[in-house]
Ligand binder design. Structure first.
Ligand SMILES: Nc1ncnc2c1ncn2[C@@H]1O[C@H](COP(=O)(O)OP(=O)(O)OP(=O)(O)O)[C@@H](O)[C@H]1O
Ligand SMILES: [Mg+2]
Length: 465
């Protein structure tokens, strides 16, 4: 049982790679935190810093309120399951699992009980006398998990512990780990690439990109209210469709215009836009986001709401059994199609008319069909095209807080201007963007200063000689 605080944590590897920047997170006792993000975004590095296997370049790590930056890994009461499940090759599975307990001088009978119990949970009882090299990757991974479980640590760190398992075993182990978490009632931090694992296991998910934390939220909140386009595209499969669009119309009737489409934005959404005046009938573009599951082809819906429909040409139909994916293109008007020169080489980079829809597997749509698709506008997303941040507040309260904050900033700027200072124009960020509090330059300066100091010291030593 432990709470953790990570404050302004940075990791700069000696090679100069900044793997983690300004990582801030408060983890409550018994939470199940999941780190997700593309390969190389700093997940393992963060985990290794918590375990004490990697030095923290800057910032503070507290476990149960105590600063642990300089505490040795073995004294942190943390068990880590590695991405590459480093087992002792010369020991049997039993000994691999019992090793940590033997070091801690746990009585033999208790070790035996804990190892056998863990082996039972993980389904590896029959391999206890084998050596790791006589096991498959998935079996080894389970031994590594077992070795962590028997330790009953304060904090569990798991780095993609199920990556080598087949789909069925993976699903089974997922529920087993959730059960283990409930039973041990300890804090878990879990790294994964797997969306289903992240969404189903985590009490909160941390989405990372390029060493920066993007958003921390409960799984459903992350899906419903992605803070920026990256999170929107990362959470959910297939990924959200994005179209470059403009907002037009009047304050009471706002339309999202993209390609040749013009769809009415529901009043509830309009009311939550942080600063509509910046986008309405201006040059400022937005990115219009729609999840594949929010595109519909049911005839009754389409007949009832033609104002939310658009024409789509279906290119590919993927039948997955429980659902069907339709890959298509927004259909162009007849004039435009005629003017298209077939010999002209078109750039596919700028082609934003591609889309994916997730529909009922009983739908009869075929490749080449020209159909109407309805967009569930109540669940659409809008991002600033330039900053990629959401322009829609989560709820009325969030918008109110933003406006108050903006007013405050403006008042401050006005006061500063009056005092004769050149103050920067007030511009409140709609949502807290993870901006590094300390620049990397400062970090490097610090490092350079330390190195200079070292050099001077050794010079002094030399002179003394
Ligand atoms: N020992 C090291 N020395 C220098 N750079 C490193 C070292 N270890 C990792 N890195 C770099 O730090 C960045 C973050 O690596 P990290 O292993 O934390 O990524 P990750 O999110 O765990 O990725 P993956 O999902 O592929 O495991 C990467 O750019 C990586 O190349
Ligand atoms: Mg990793």
């Amino acid at each position: 049982m432990a709470s953790l605080q990570l404050k302004n944590i940075y990791k700069v590897y000696p090679s100069g790679v900044t793997a983690v920047s300004d990582f801030n997170l408060d983890i409550q006792d018994k939470e199940f935190i999941v780190f997700v993000g593309p390969s190389g975004c700093g997940k393992s590095t963060t985990l290794r810093m918590i375990a004490g296997l990697e030095e923290i370049s800057d910032g503070e790590l507290y476990i149960d309120g105590e600063l642990k930056n300089n505490v040795a890994p073995k004294d942190r009461d943390i068990a880590m399951v590695f991405q590459n499940y480093a087992l002792y090759p010369h020991m049997t599975v039993y000994d691999n699992m019992a090793f940590g307990l033997k070091l801690r001088k746990v009585p033999k009978a208790e070790i035996d009980e804990r190892v056998k119990e863990a082996a039972r949970i993980l389904g590896i009882e029959m391999y206890l006398t084998r050596k790791p090299k006589a096991l498959s990757g998935g079996q080894r991974q389970r031994v590594a998990l077992g070795r962590a479980i028997v330790r009953e640590p304060k904090v569990f760190l798991l780095d993609e512990p199920l990556s080598n398992l087949d789909a069925k075993l993976r699903a089974q182990m997922r529920t087993e780990i959730t059960k283990i978490h409930n039973r041990l009632a300890t804090t878990f931090i879990y790294v994964t690439h797997d969306q289903v694992e992240a969404m189903t296991m985590g009490t909160r998910i941390v989405v990372m990109k390029d060493g920066f934390m993007q958003q921390v939220d409960a799984p459903q909140a992350l899906y419903d209210y992605p803070i920026n386009q990256f999170v929107a595209g990362f959470i959910g499969t297939p990924q959200m469709n994005f179209f470059t669009a403009k907002l037009t119309g009047t304050k009471d009737k706002v339309y999202v215009e993209f390609g040749e489409e013009k769809l009415l934005l529901p009043k509830e959404k309009v009311d939550l836009i942080y600063s509509l005046e910046d986008y309405l009938n201006t040059d400022k573009e937005v990115t219009f986001g729609v999840r594949p599951e929010d595109l519909h082809i049911e005839e009754d819906l389409i007949a009832k709401h033609p104002e939310y429909c658009m024409p789509v040409d279906v290119d590919v139909v993927e039948m997955l059994g429980s659902e069907t994916l339709l890959y298509g293109k927004l259909r162009k008007s007849v004039e435009e199609q005629e003017s298209d020169n077939p010999d002209e080489i078109k750039s596919i980079v700028d082609d934003v008319s591609n889309l994916i829809a997730k529909v009922d597997s009983r739908s009869q749509v075929k490749r080449g069909d020209k159909i109407q698709m309805l967009i569930d506008m109540a669940h659409c997303h809008l991002f600033d095209k330039e900053t990629e941040m959401t322009i829609i507040a989560r709820d009325a309260e969030a918008k109110k807080a933003y406006l108050e904050n903006k007013k405050e900033e403006e008042a401050k700027a006005a006061a500063a201007a009056e005092a004769g200072e050149a103050a920067p124009a007030a511009e409140a960020a709609p949502v807290q963007e993870p901006a590094p509090k300390k620049s990397f330059k400062d970090l490097f300066k610090k490092k350079a200063k330390a190195e200079k100091h070292e050099a001077e010291k050794s010079d002094e030593e030399k002179t003394e000689e």
